[in-house]
Ligand binder design. Sequence first.
Ligand code: AHR
Length: 679
Amino acid sequence: MPSCPRSAPHHRWILRLWLPCLAAQVAALGSQLTIDASHPGVSVSPTLYGAFLEEINHAVDGGLYAELVRNRAFNEMAWPGNWTVSSQGGATLATGMDPSEHAGAQSSALKLTVTGIPANAAAGASSASIVNTGFWGVPLSDGATYTATVWAKTDGSYSGAIAMQLQSNSGTLLGSVAFPAPGSSWTRLTAPIQVANPRGQSDDNAVLVTLNANGTVWLQMVSLFPPTWKGRPNGVRPDLAEALAALRPSLLRFPGGAFVEGYDINSRWNWKITIGDVIDRPGHPGLWGYFSSDGMGLHEYLQLAEDLGATPVLAVWSGYSTDGLIVPQSELAPYVQDALDAIEYANGDPATSVWGAQRAANGHPAPFQLSYIEIGNEDELDNTLAAPDSYNAYRFPMFYDAIKHQYPYMHVIASYGENWLTTPVTSRQPDLEDEHFYEPTASLLTDSHKYDTRDRSGPQVFVGELAALDFNTTAPQEPARLNTLGGALGEAAFLIGLERNSDLVWGEAYAPLLVNVNNQAWLPDLIWFDASHVVPTPNYWVKWMFSRHRGDVVLPATADEASGLYASVTWRRSGRTIVMKVLNNAAVANAATIAVQGGLELNPVGRATILTAASRTGQNTFDSPNQVAPVESAVAGVGSSFPFTFPANSVTVLELKSKCVPPRARLAPELAAPCRAER
Ligand code: AHR
């Protein structure tokens, strides 16, 4: 036998060598897993596997939102936050915020006064710069074209150039552009910069704005964009967007979470200040400890959902913030109107609707097809506050009634928050209720049956936030070590339960989706990243496996949970395929027998996708981002009863294709029909 690797090999041909290692882990366990193909059950919700994007952990600014300059409008931090000043050749630069000047909706511009440049200075010999090192680095790639933008004005005293320079931290110029000085009106200067980076790609770089003459200049916005995903202006970072797109999310909930609530009324998510040209977005203090530029605003979130092919789920402020503020009933109407206006922005006809026309002016004449709106976030928490039950008493009803009156097609979601605090809304029947689960793996295993007995006459369920609290807090240094395979196994159990109940459960999403390794406000998280690296966690791979292997209808199946096996089995009409999702939560392999009842004639070769690791503490790190990842292989010997060994601590997707079945076979019409159609 070959020596056994600590985790699954990544190439299919090596897997054959690895299989004996799996077999070696087989203990006495030998379960029966029975599928009844003759009694198809409920349909699988087409939106079941989704995503939730919240501005937390610098998920957006310094993350998915592709802007590379931090504190670009000088409003995120007090000057000189994240900027430094440098000068050479006798130049002196005086800087400071000037509240008497501003461009767009900003409140104060940066004033720069250069002195000391000799009249006869040789070109480039004397200059002054402000320098920005981005969000923990400025990633620059050789040959790529970046978009430089600077908003500037002068008082007539400055007639030099305003240059943007891209420079390595060791001083190598990687690209630049120079704009002639504008006049005394605010002017948007913008041009492409092609980078020539001798290192190919590097993050330890800076963005400089350089002045080469004496005089006074005001700057308001210094922006640098790399090429974006799908080439969208003001768009998103391709590597992170690709990682998200690879999950094939069917829904996208945004932009929070507690980020929507804010810590007070001023830090709530007010979508109306997040649209239009970015110079007209003042930004706002965010709940998670940093300022939000709102460069990614309502329009960009809707665009992202559209680009992902995901149903947008917009969360709006509901009159409650985390400091305990609850807007009284008599003062709530303007916030209800904000929600109505958001729907109008997303869907309104530009010819007849003011907000629809605004959307068209912002580059999207067609409606965004918004049909799901969530009222607030974890609003049952108000039960503990001075005005208990305000959500049930008047806040949810006011939003619900107004939205249903004007937009009867909208699905209105009540946000209950954490599972164990739930106090249902009874004053109206919400279309859906959003329930959040942050639990240890053991609880998620139990809760995989949570919805088996839920009354189907109530609202549908949206599990808008889900994560196993199973992570290695003792791991040294490397923060990405915090997400473990063990947590991913717990989530697999829970997802298996959701899929089996997806007549009731409309959708789910992990939370939080993204974390910049330099700013972890919340642990654990699905995707870790820094300026140029992306680390998918084991939890990511479970979602990837489940979302990319969907069926249309649930098939009854019995698995031996006492031995650690949890299963959801579905039938996918296209390709006449049984799709099995099986968790083996045991620390030993399970040499199971799979029995498929119902007369299907199965192709003898199936396909397995397996996620496992040497132990439940298996992790991906920035140094080894692919240590725990799914491996695909062919499965021989498939039939109406066949053996399959589920590795210890593993999640497996098995795809079993059925051959064309003669119409006389006694199968549920659901299963036989596509086959007949092909004859
Ligand atoms: O996902 C992190 C936070 O957890 C969300 O903002 C909030 O809804 C929940 O409490």
